[in-house]
Structure formats: C-alpha cells, structure tokens
Write a protein that binds this ligand. Structure first.
Ligand code: NAI
Length: 328
C-alpha cells in the first residue's frame, strides 16, 4: 500500500462536494491502492462549517479503508498545506442581475488568494484542478499568482462536456457509449465550447459517416452539449452536481494515468487558433502521473471548426481582459 496523498477540496460542503468526496475516499479517483487524506475547505461561515461537519460524519460512517484522515477548515493555509492535489470546486455563484464581469472579478478575488496560498504551502508535486466557474479564467488567475508552481500544474475541467458529448453521439447513433471515441472539447467551459465531432469515431469509423446528418451535428449536437448545464438546471432546479463530480473523478484519474488521451483546459501554447495565455480545452495525452503533452495533430482547418474556435477563443480573451488587473 502506498503512503497517503493529501487531497484538498474547496466548496466541500456544496452540492458537488457531496457527490465527490465519497468517490475520492472510495478509491475511484486515485485507485484502490492509494490511501488519501481529505483536507476539506469551506468558507468561514457557521452554517457552511456545520454542514461540512455533517459530511465528515458521513465519510466516517462509510468506513472507507483508503480514507486515512480528514482536516476540516475554513483556512486555505491549513487546507492546502502539503496538498498533492487541490480541487478548487468552491466559487462565488452568479447572483440575480449580476453582470458577467462582476462574477469574473468576484471569483478572481477567491482564485487570486487560493493561487498564492497553494503556491506557498502545497506539496512539491502539487497539481490543481479547477471546477468553480468561470473555470478557465479562474485557473488562469490562480496560475498567474504562482511563482514556484509552473502553469502546467493548473488545469480546468472540461471533462463534463466531453462526457456529455460522448453520450449524445451514442444516443443519436443508437450505439453503446463505449464505441464512441476521440470526442474532445475545445475552448471555454461555456456554451461557446466546441465539441469537435469531425475527429470522433464510432466503432472505429468517422462519427460524421455513421451519423450522416451534418445539420444535426452542427445545429443540434453542438448547442445541446454547450447548453446542457442550463437544461439540467431547468429540469432539476439545481445545477449538475453528480455528473460534475464524476467528471472531476475522470479528469484527475486520467491525468494520473500515463497514455490516456482526454480533454482538459490547459494554458494555450498559441496553437490551434487559441491566444497564448488563455486556458483552453483541448486534447492532451498524460505522460507521467499529473503531467501531459498537448496533442498537436488535430485538423481544425474546415470553416465550421475555424468559426467555432474563433468564437470560443474570443470569449476567453474577453474574460481575460475583464480581469486584466488581477493577473500577474
Ligand atoms: P454549491 O453552491 O452547492 O457549493 C459551493 C460551495 O463552495 C459552498 O458550500 C460554498 O460555501 C463554498 N465556497 C464558496 N467560496 C468558497 C471559497 N472561497 N473557499 C471554499 N469554499 C467556498 O455549488 P456546486 O453546485 O457545488 O458548484 C460549485 C461550482 O462548480 C460552481 O461555480 C459551479 O458553477 C461549478 N460547476 C462547474 C462545472 C464544470 O463543468 N466546470 C459543472 C458544474 C458546476
């Protein structure tokens, strides 16, 4: 049995936290031989901390063999201390009538502080995965505060969008989901994202040939994936939580598994039409646990792809401009 790794989770008493922590403690994220210590971070608020205590009681009551300890705290200094992974789920929600710029700036304050603290107190091999929205730009802000940790240590989650896209393609083609491969998410985790269906395969054949309905792919599939979060809110009255937690399990698991090819949002190198210095979703291959290389050989030269990439890149650049004074 390995020695335990420390996993810090912000927003641990929230919806996603409640669906996530039990999966981590059960071994779904880091595997059946990897014990964990959960470092659970909430806001300094009596109700939130009380709720967190309740979640910790339930974690105790699961008697998970891999769970070797828990820290409950409202302090980043304590919660991120020696963390090997920091999962940044907690964020300021969008209030009624709030402008996007205000949401970006409000979250910028949180991710500025967390980026600085993680850089100072987290483990040597620290990795950070951001879920709290606007995830791509929050990641950019946190990474910009780090002096010790390089930008590649900071990734944002677009895996929920990849999983959604895979499921939609399987449904349309009437095939088992496992036969759908090579569907990756490009750009922002927002309705502007591009699920590049031309690269997807179904049973080893191009998905565009199997589905044979370009109008559906362009005009229905892309918007359905992009607006799936809003559809869940409309149906459930709450935002997606179990599927988001599941996607984070996939994100980290695949980033810890050499050879896996998957979508994560990473610092752009200026390729594929993305501005350098935005965090954009794209396919990567895990090289060693926690590290990755951006895949370079995808063809996005068709007019539809170019238009989609330009739109999602413009949104990312616009977000960066709104928080420009918070960077660096
Ligand atoms: P929630 O409101 O149920 O829980 C958020 C929790 O974070 C609350 O308990 C709150 O007290 C805590 N929190 C807020 N600021 C914090 C801080 N500075 N430090 C520590 N804890 C803090 O929200 P939910 O449903 O769990 O969603 C969390 C975030 O994930 C939201 O920003 C949501 O938009 C985002 N999200 C992202 C997805 C993605 O695919 N990237 C998918 C679904 C949600």
């Amino acid at each position: 049995m390995n020695s335990p790794i420390r996993v810090a989770v912000t927003g641990a008493a929230g919806q996603i936290g409640y669906a996530l922590l039990f999966r981590i403690a059960s071994g779904a994220m880091f595997g059946p031989d990897q014990p964990v210590i959960l470092q659970l971070i909430e806001i300094p608020n009596e109700k939130a901390m009380k709720a967190l205590e309740g979640v910790a009681m339930e974690l105790d009551d699961c008697a998970f063999p891999l769970l070797k300890g828990m820290v409950l705290t409202d302090s980043g200094e304590v919660g991120f201390k020696d963390a090997n992974w920091s999962l940044l789920v907690g964020a300021k929600p969008r209030g009624p009538g709030m402008e996007r710029a205000d949401l970006l700036k409000g979250n910028g304050v949180i991710f500025t502080a967390q980026g600085e603290i993680i850089d100072r107190v987290a483990a040597e091999d620290a990795r950070v995965a951001v879920v709290g929205n606007p995830a791509n730009t929050n990641t950019m802000i946190a990474a910009s505060k780090a002096k010790r940790l390089t930008p590649d240590r900071f990734t944002a989650m677009v895996r929920l969008d990849q999983n959604r896209a895979q499921a939609q393609l399987a449904k349309k083609a009437g095939v088992d989901l496992t036969t759908v491969e090579d569907i990756y998410i490009w750009g922002n985790h927002s309705p502007s994202m591009y699920p590049a269906f031309r690269h997807a395969t179904i049973g080893g054949k191009p998905a565009v040939d199997v589905i044979n309905d370009n109008a559906w792919l362009e005009n229905e599939f892309c918007p359905v994936v992009g607006k799936r979060g809003a559809a869940i809110i409309a149906a459930r009255g709450l935002s997606s939580a179990a599927s988001a937690a599941n996607a984070l399990v996939d994100h980290v698991h695949d980033l810890m598994t050499p050879g896996k090819v998957h979508s994560i949002a990473v610092k752009s190198e200026g390729a594929y039409g993305f501005d350098p210095n935005v965090w954009a979703g794209m396919p990567v291959r895990t090289t060693t646990p926690g590290s990755y290389e951006i895949l370079k050989d995808y063809d996005l030269s068709d007019a539809f792809s170019q238009e989609k990439i330009a739109a999602t890149n413009a949104e990312l650049v616009g977000e960066r401009e709104m928080v420009a004074e918070m960077l660096g």
